[in-house]
Design a binder for this molecule. Structure first.
Ligand code: FAD
Ligand code: NAP
Length: 472
């Protein structure tokens, strides 16, 4: 079986060639001084950290393990299909993957196919970047009704994450209410209100088909705080305001005290607020036959009953939403909870803070235990798993570079011992290991499938199908 098309092995060393074949990968930089680093997760944090380490740490080999057969994390399964320019980071990640000392180990999940202890025995340093693939709950009555979904699941559905294809969101009613006002909430609102041809780029066919039958006319975006605390950003709001055949309607009462605050605001917040006020001042009283985008502020979810949600009217005290004794209800044929993603602990060996949903760490160095703050030498965390589920790709990149620098510094200063040779993982440990060459086959097949549909790619949504296409 050819497991990697990129075996980079010195011609004069038959022994090395055999050893590389048995391990399955390129990598031996040729001396006992090889510094082996394993990165868990192939999202932006994993790829940017790999890029930094390969550039700055001579004699390093970076192995990235990924639970899916395909790389790129939320760039593939989070970023909205109508934002193809954001996905260009994949080109940079691919360049990193083509480095001779980089190996991709797809279809290998930490906590299932391999343990943290196993990784630590086989690598000088392990960097955890497995992201946040669950979501936070509101903990209000009837949150588990069939018409209540998490925005995360909806995003995974339209983006074709394996397993998400059976979600079957109810789009037969007129009204969708989204709880939360971050950029994920706005992405989801845009997907529900955009003309289909804009979404075709990278939306899976089954989702396009369901969206084509959608009866949704009104999308509410409910925030528990005020316009000055809105979590969405200006670019995303602008996109909403420009959507063809969509009218944005604000509630004037939500803005009563806002204009007076403008001079005290920092620039990004000031520009965002001015845009909301401009849009409010231009909104026409007459309703048209357009679809509607309806942001609502100062309302906190209280309970759900059938296709309605009861909201508590809130007021702000020091920027915090405090409940009043007033409430109101909203129609919600479908409710989407969009209040943030959440990481989980996938291996008992990780010092994980359940409350914050992050791995305990100090500047990326994982702690042995939170109380004593002792660093667990050789174990690191970056990306959403270390910081919590906030920040755009650029934020994640800066964080990953910084932790990667810490890894390099710790190795170069012997804080992390690299005197003993480490072997890295062995291909024979895994049944159907996906290498970078295998991914390239999946990638090609997806692009070919897309061509037939006049779109850049049509993703495989079934792991078995991906593995078959890869020849495994
Ligand atoms: P992830 O991207 O989640 O990567 C984690 C990786 O680890 C995944 O590949 C996952 O499969 C893998 N993994 C999980 N568990 C295991 C395991 N047990 N073993 C091995 N591997 C595992 N930012 C922008 O700049 N622009 C945007 O338009 C944008 N849109 C977004 C849309 C959505 C819906 C979301 C949620 C985020 C968006 N972001 C956007 C933010 C951006 O996606 C994040 O900043 C970034 O992806 C975080 O990177 P990460 O590597 O920490 O996590
Ligand atoms: P987010 O930006 O943190 O927004 C979460 C929203 O949920 C906030 O409005 C928050 O309100 C609300 N919320 C939290 N708990 C709540 C509760 N118990 N009840 C009611 N409301 C609650 O998270 P996100 O939207 O998941 O986005 C995550 C990150 O990805 C962000 O940094 C975002 O910018 C990024 N992203 C970027 C893009 C893009 O660039 N196009 C697209 C998607 C995501 P409070 O403020 O009151 O807590």
């Amino acid at each position: 079986m050819l497991i990697s098309g990129r075996l980079a092995i010195s011609a004069n060393s038959k022994q090395m060639w055999l050893s590389a074949i048995s391990r399955g990968f390129s990598s031996d930089v040729g001396s006992g001084a090889t510094k082996r680093i394993c990165i868990v997760g192939s999202g932006p944090a994993g790829f940017y950290a790999a890029q930094y380490i390969l550039k700055h740490l001579n004699g390093s080999v970076v192995d990235v393990i990924e639970k899916l057969p395909v790389p790129f994390g939320l760039v593939r399964y989070g970023v909205a299909p109508d934002h193809p320019e954001v996905k260009n980071v994949i080109n940079t990640f691919t360049k990193t993957a083509e480095h001779k000392n980089f190996n991709f180990w797809g279809n290998v999940a930490l906590g299932k196919d391999v343990s943290l202890q196993n990784l630590r025995e086989r690598y000088h340093a392990v960097l955890l970047t497995y992201g946040a693939d669950q979501d936070r709950q509101l903990n209000i009555p009837n949150e588990d009704q069939p018409n209540v979904l998490s925005a995360r699941k909806f995003v995974e559905w339209y983006n074709g994450l394996p397993g998400a294809q059976h979600l079957n969101p109810i789009l037969g009613g007129q009204t969708v209410t989204i709880l939360g006002q971050g950029n994920v909430a706005v992405d989801v609102a845009r997907m529900l209100l955009s003309p289909l041809d804009v979404l075709r780029v990278d939306t899976t066919e089954y989702a396009l088909e369901t969206l084509s039958r959608s009866k949704v006319e009104q999308v509410y975006l409910v925030g528990r705080r005020g316009p000055l605390q809105a979590a969405f950003t200006i670019k995303e709001l602008r996109e909403m305001l420009k959507l063809p055949n969509v009218q944005t309607l604000w509630r004037p009462d939500d803005f009563t005290d806002v204009p007076a605050q403008i001079p005290n605001l920092q620039r990004p917040r000031k520009r965002l607020t001015e845009l909301m006020l401009k849009s409010l001042s231009e909104q026409s009283a007459s309703t048209s036959n357009k679809k509607q985008f309806l942001p609502i502020f100062l309302r906190a979810p209280k309970f759900i009953k059938d296709n309605k949600i009861e909201l508590t009217v809130t007021k702000l005290q020091n920027d915090i939403a405090v409940p009043t004794n007033r409430s109101e209800h909203l129609q919600a044929d479908l409710l989407l909870r969009s209040i943030g993603y959440k990481s989980t602990c996938v291996d008992g060996g990780i010092c994980f803070d359940k409350r914050s949903g992050c791995v305990y760490n100090e500047y990326g160095r994982v702690l042995k235990d939170a109380a004593s703050k002792t660093v667990d030498k050789g174990l690191y965390v970056a990306g959403w798993l270390g910081t919590g589920p906030t920040g755009v790709i650029l934020t994640t990149m800066n964080g990953a570079f910084s932790v990667a620098k810490t890894i390099c510094d710790d190795i170069l200063s012997n804080e992390v011992d690299t005197s003993k040779a480490k072997l890295g993982l062995e291909a024979k440990q895994f049944k159907r290991l996906v290498t970078w060459s295998h991914w390239e086959r999946i990638d090609q097949a997806e692009m070919q499938a897309g061509q037939k549909l006049c779109k850049p790619r049509e993703k495989f949504v079934d792991v078995e199908e991906m593995l078959k296409v890869a020849g495994l």
